[in-house]
Design a protein around this ligand. Structure first.
Ligand code: F6R
Length: 365
């Protein structure tokens, strides 16, 4: 059942070209230049009247919600709030009556996420589940939802479910964008970008050997920083979480510019910084952040777009990923970070698929 892979986690990382495709299968509508879903159970009038989204989740799924916030606010111009499920449940935030809740969960059994969903339902908000496990509690209790169709995820560290969640976020951004101001042409361009995505994920997987080499160089380090901006700020958080949960190495993710406000004090020759720096609007700013780390003697591993010579000169190690639209970069950029965490954990002799103290679904508060 491991199909020749030494661990489920690695198998699941390599399934991503297929799982990313499955997350969008049957959901791209070229005629209307939009994304469509079978199970939202709301009329177009109801969907159009939504004036606010709350995205709630835990852990890695919460990171996909952050990616969703950037996507939906940019493409659909509808305000989005992202809230840890454990906080949403008790915080009692003021919300408009036309706020729609999305609960994002791989397992569909996370107790905090379930409790947040129940609380929002109790208050009369429509609730949607974005879920991988078919027939799970959250999928059953929500008013409607979208399945990830990623297949069983066995490794405790979430990999393929995360990228599928991000794809579903992009589909939602397209859908709600097209309900509001997004043009037909813009919708078609997004569909083109989405259709190219599985092959780009495939190409990102070719970084595997390089990830293993870089892991060998830094596997003895006890602290890592992960830094990215905009769409790749959540990528930085997710990269750091992957590393800490499976290798027990301390890692922190930050928006790259925030490091000046504290974390830069951690930088020394034994604290690598992993930068996610695709060519985007803030490219020059991130390069400046890389220079600040280098000036303080910190090793830099940079995830860059293929052919980026500038960073190849500046960084100690580079991982090249294919270019894509800004809003899809987090999906491609997640791949080398998953692989890096995997190889560091293997080299440190950790039980990659069953890390200590963690369970695949967290059913206690
Ligand atoms: C990280 C991880 C956890 C889960 C979190 C939510 O790799 O596995 O952080 O993402 O416990 O789980 P689900 O998505 O099942 O609600």
């Amino acid at each position: 059942e491991l199909g020749g892979f030494p661990h489920f986690m690695l198998k699941e990382i390599f399934e991503q070209p297929e799982t990313v495709r499955n997350a969008m299968r049957g959901r791209l509508d070229r005629d209307a230049a939009t994304a469509k879903f079978g199970g939202l159970n709301l009329t177009p009038q109801q969907l159009r009247s939504i004036d606010r989204f709350v995205l709630t989740a835990c852990g890695t799924s919460w990171h996909s919600a952050l990616v969703g916030e950037y996507m939906i606010e940019t493409l659909a111009r509808v305000p989005v709030e992202v809230e840890y499920a454990s906080e949403l449940r008790y915080r009692n935030p003021p919300l408009t009556p036309t706020t729609l809740l999305f609960a994002i969960t791989q397992s569909g059994e996370t107790i905090d996420t379930l409790a947040a969903l129940r609380e929002m339902k109790r208050k009369g908000h429509p609730t949607m589940a974005i879920c991988n496990v078919v027939g799970s509690t959250i999928a059953r209790e929500a008013d409607g939802g979208i399945y990830l169709h990623a297949g069983p995820e066995i490794g405790v560290a979430s990999t393929k479910a995360y990228t599928s969640q991000c794809v579903v976020m992009a589909l939602l951004a397209l859908h709600f964008g097209r309900l509001h101001h997004l043009s037909y042409e813009a919708g078609l361009r997004i569909i083109d970008d989405l259709e190219r995505l599985p092959s780009l994920v495939e190409r990102a997987l070719t970084t595997n050997a390089e990830c293993r080499r870089i892991a060998g160089k830094y596997a003895g380090c006890e602290n890592f920083l992960y830094l990215g901006r905009m769409y790749n700020f959540p990528t930085a958080l997710e990269g750091a979480l992957k590393l800490k949960e499976i290798s027990y190495v301390h890692a922190e993710g930050y928006p790259a510019a925030e490091m000046k406000h504290g974390p830069i004090a951690l930088v020394d020759e034994n604290t690598p910084s992993v930068f996610i720096v695709p060519r985007c609007g803030v490219y020059d700013k991130v390069v400046a952040n890389v220079e600040e780390i280098k000036a303080r003697g910190g090793p830099v591993i940079a995830v860059v777009e293929e052919g980026d010579r500038d960073l190849a000169e500046l960084a100690d190690d580079v991982l090249e990923i294919p270019a894509t639209a800004d809003f899809l970069q987090p999906i491609v950029a997640a791949i080398p970070l998953q692989l890096l965490a995997y190889h560091i954990a293997v080299l440190r002799g950790c039980d990659v698929d069953k890390p200590r103290n963690l369970a695949k679904s967290v059913t206690v508060e």
